[in-house]
Design a protein around this ligand. Structure first.
Ligand code: URP
Ligand code: ZN
Ligand code: ZN
Ligand code: ZN
Length: 493
């Protein structure tokens, strides 16, 4: 019989989204057994007990990164952070779960894509993970597969792209909200043609060809369609003030809509597209673009602090300089994507908590708990309480670290937050009850993380949706409603 694994985190301040308390945390075999004072009788030190001193530190639920693309085959390249290095880097930054995207090619099976991503991730992940699945085309087969994915495979979120014309983009007529991520793909394609015709071929052309209005228009369209068919909506990578305002207004109008800003959009801006060093500029290219208005990160952080925006991801999708160079003469060929999986927690602490915009409880809400609630992982994840998974970070709010590609744990050779000094340092990261990272040293192996299935109909989202379905007629005829019929927890754009 395997020996019990016992861990005691002593003397810290346990922070959940709704309260903070001075307490010890006792963990047994990966699960929290007790939270409070004197969780072990005086003098009782069971064999094999490991004690971690958390005096003067915060004890937080591990971060949940709602949006990553590890080893993603995209735009003629493959993102360089794979499920092994990417999840190690996540742990080093205090994130204990990532949610990645299985993305089928047009006309291909969603289930096949899901199985492919699992075959990539399962042997490699160092922390827990889950998968959203993208809907890149529409047919009765897709509809049937969505049903199977939600009922049997643990998927309760589907991403639809409103951009990437002719690649992933889905058109309005194939199923209500079933369109692509929140950018108007036709305008993106037209804008790119226009820039190239004007002779603008550099990275700055990327943002110029798809300005804020292109994102805001698509966001409003998605919100309008989703609400017309009483479908919960989750807008990924909200990058602009205009799109964030659309989400905030929709929430104030009572719509069941969630917005996810990402580390990049909260921590830096699109002025870098104009850097005189081409590679520096190209490393900031992602879609929707970082915005050149330098007040955007602050604006997004304020909305996040005040519950207009709800969760945070990183959209970690990293390409090395040689891959970015594919677009040397044409910005439309620069593989889109930036880093963030390692630095998301520190960026949000620095720009959100250290700046005074949010308290430590809101920090936990936006980095972990809200994601767990929306994607139906709560309270197993996103909370430190008896019975929860022991995914825990001992966080030093006073310590600082300087972000650099030279010292980060990611595979990519560039860091968009280079040189940034951040308060808030993860001292110890505990994954599934085991110390996985401590003071710069990893003790994890590939495959230590597990796939976490998610059930449909998360109460946090669906209590209101179901009640609205009962009391109003709804638009049952629209194809979009299939997403409710199959019990898809939420639709992500
Ligand atoms: O530029 C980005 N965001 N790359 C990843 C793909 C996506 O649209 O999320
Ligand atoms: Zn996207
Ligand atoms: Zn720069
Ligand atoms: Zn993405």
């Amino acid at each position: 019989m395997a020996a019990r694994s016992l861990l005691l985190i002593r003397g810290g301040c346990v922070v959940n989204d709704d309260s903070s308390q001075e307490a010890d945390v006792l963990v047994e075999d990966g699960v929290v057994q007790a939270v409070g004072r004197h969780v072990l009788p005086p003098g009782d030190a069971p064999a094999g007990l490991r004690v971690l001193d958390a005096a003067g530190k915060l004890v937080l639920p591990g971060g949940i990164d709602t949006h990553t693309h590890m080893q993603f085959p995209f735009m003629g390249s493959r993102s360089v952070d794979d499920f092994h290095l990417g999840t190690k880097a996540a742990l080093a930054g205090g994130t204990t779960m990532i949610m990645d995207f299985a993305i089928p090619h047009k006309g291909h099976s969603l289930i096949e894509a899901f199985d492919t991503w699992r075959s990539w991730a399962d042997p490699k992940v160092c922390c827990d993970y889950s998968l959203h699945v993208a809907v890149t085309w529409w047919s009765d087969q897709v509809k049937e597969e969505m049903k199977i994915l939600t009922q049997d495979k643990g998927v309760n979120s589907f991403k639809m792209f409103m951009a990437y014309k002719d690649v992933y983009m889905v058109r309005d007529e194939i199923g209500a909200i079933a369109q692509v991520h929140a950018e108007n793909g036709d305008l993106v394609a037209e804008g790119a043609k226009k820039m190239l015709a004007l002779g603008i071929t550099g990275p700055e052309g990327h943002e110029l060809s798809r300005p804020e209005a292109v994102e805001a228009e698509a966001t409003l369209r998605a919100v309008t369609i989703a609400s017309a068919v009483n479908c919960p909506l989750y807008v990924v990578h909200v990058m602009s003030k205009s799109a964030a305002k659309v989400v905030a207004d929709a929430r104030r109008d009572g719509k069941v809509v969630y917005g996810e800003p990402i580390a990049a959009g909260l921590g830096t801006d699109g002025t870098h597209h104009w850097d005189k060093e081409w590679l520096h500029a190209a490393h900031h290219v992602m879609g929707p673009p970082l915005r050149p208005d330098p007040s955007t990160p602050d604006f997004l952080m304020n909305l996040l602090a005040n519950d207009d925006l709800t969760t945070t991801g990183s959209d970690n999708c990293t390409f090395n300089s040689c891959q970015k160079a594919l677009g040397k003469d044409d910005f439309t060929k620069i593989p889109n994507g930036v880093n963030g999986v390692e630095d998301r927690m520190s960026i949000i602490w620095e720009k959100g908590v250290h700046s005074g915009k949010m308290d430590e409880n809101r920090f936990v809400a936006v980095t972990s708990t809200n994601a767990a609630k929306i994607f139906n992982l709560y309270p197993r994840k996103g909370r430190i309480a008896v019975g929860s998974d022991a995914d825990i970070v001992i966080w030093d709010p006073k310590a600082t670290r300087t972000i650099s590609a030279k010292t980060h744990h990611q595979a990519v050779n560039f860091n968009i937050f280079e040189g940034m000094v951040c308060h808030g340092v993860p001292v110890v990261t505990i994954s599934r009850g085991k110390v996985a990272y401590e003071a710069g040293v990893f003790s994890v192996s590939a495959g230590d993380g597990k796939f976490i299935p998610r059930k449909p109909f998360a109460e946090y989202v669906y209590k209101r949706i179901k009640q609205r379905d009962q009391v109003s007629l709804g638009l049952q005829g629209l194809d979009c409603h299939v997403l409710l019929d199959v019990g898809a927890g939420i639709i992500t754009y």
